[in-house]
Design a binder for this molecule. Sequence first.
Ligand code: M6R
Length: 608
Amino acid sequence: MCGIVGFTGSQSAAPLLLDGLKKLEYRGYDSAGIAVLSQEGIHLEKAAGKIKNLDEKIQGGATMTGSSGIGHTRWATHGAPTDENAHPHMSNGGRFALVHNGIVENYVELREELMAQGIQFKSETDTEVVVNLLDLYYAGDLKAAVLKTVARLEGAYALGILCKEEPGRLITARHAAPLILGVGKGENYFASDVTALVAHTKDVIYLEDGEIADITPESITIYDTAGELLEKSIEHVTWDVAAAEKGGYEHFMLKEIMEQPEALRATIEPRIKHGEIVLDDFSLSDSELKKINKIMITACGSAYYAGSVGKYVIEQLCRIPVEADLASELRYRNPLVDEHSLLVVVSQSGETADTIAAMKECKARGARILAIVNVVGSTIARLADDVIYTWAGPEIAVATTKGYTTQVAVMDMLAVYLARRLGRLEDGEYKTLVEAIRSFPELVQQSIDQNPKLPELAEKYHGHNNLFFIGRNLDFAACLEGSLKLKEISYLHSEAYAAGELKHGTIALIEEDRPVIALACYEALLDKMLSNIREVKARGAEVLAVVLDGNREIFDEADDVILIPRTHPLLNTLPEIVPLQLFAYYMAKSNGCDIDKPKNLAKSVTVE
Ligand code: M6R
């Protein structure tokens, strides 16, 4: 969580830092701050609330002079979102300013140690401990002080450091939190995410855990925590500035929903060659594959729900046991995995702390790790044995949409690919599935186009505080995501329920006018769903049914209908989820919510 940026060059730093923070606002937005080195020393400005508050306070950066500086946008972990707790934090005496993303786990003991030496603290943060420790260790050699400081830290950190006595010089250090360097001409940058850099440079260096960068306008020197110099290569990113902007849409979320056909094309097309699914990025040999007797899928939030879709499809096609597990549970449950297990890790950001921990836990037990990730060069991508990138492009809205659908598309491709390699798919069925996957982009577009009344449906339902999503099999997996989308951006309580489970307790909550969104696209269980719809209707529920084109019997039972174009019965999730994303979007809009930045949430959850 939190976003950090740094700039050193000859231009005025504050407007550039502010711009970078705006790009990183999805990482946290409860307070922000900038520190710039000027002739008079370090000039620090901070403001609680969204970045626009800081922007107004420093008049777009005009009130701050200086050509090197650091900035931060915060998602609070230690202490309330106040001006005092906002970053950057200064050392006593004002020699250092420091920004931090992550959590220093041993900060209490470090704080006590520093207080015993007379150091005073103004904030409740773990970060203020780090900046004062640095100051304590500084005796004219910045590198030595940084090495000594990071050696004392336990937990996660991406640090940005500005020193009054070192004009033009910035230091960054990384451990278990993302950090990328931007390489310019006569100027250099660092940021938590490449989206903050692409407007200025597309040449980047991905810092690894335990690496420290010493940055001036003309040079970047990288060393490890022992102070040994490291050679790192510069990589060129292909994302353009427009891809990180709103492109005329009112919200990033709407833009990203509408981009799904294009994102899916980027995910799928390069991986279907001459009618075959080709996953070059998956290097498991035939003999290794034959040894796999169990597939585990782990992730958090929507990525976990994409994994839940994968569980149904992979198990059905490959006939291998598949478990889908929340990373925050898996990491602590002494998992039964070994060298015969394939762990599929799913993450848009590639930086989710629980997912990383679960992955490390399973890797230590010998599991082979395949990651499905969007952000290139992210931690999960680098830790995995193999990576299938989703190529969704930058996703800015906190609520994932194209991130999720591209993950589902990869899950579907993986299922078909593995089943083929394991000899479990007949030629004809294989071709049908490959063609169905190839047509995902058009199918999703059709699903958007044939549901123009979603804003009206949202107008009708947005006043209800409690909603249910029900479905069976793959429809149930889609319910989980549909319900999360609605909850996280509209703040309405909704529950996803396996339709067959309702009668075991939850049906007690069904009453007059209770909205029930019934997903009925898994045709093998259509009759069962029809019965469930009748059960809730009999108790007064208002039913919005999500049905495949042509299933008239459900039309007649439901109050409202969302129509989904047909595809292979195992692949309906994609066309089915997109109208639900739009439904959640319009519900949130009707309720006047801050759609791209829902309260209490951040895009990348880099803390446990
Ligand atoms: O970056 P990741 O895919 O690992 O993120 C996982 C979840 O934090 C994420 O999907 C979250 O649930 C989103 N807010 C859902 O829209």
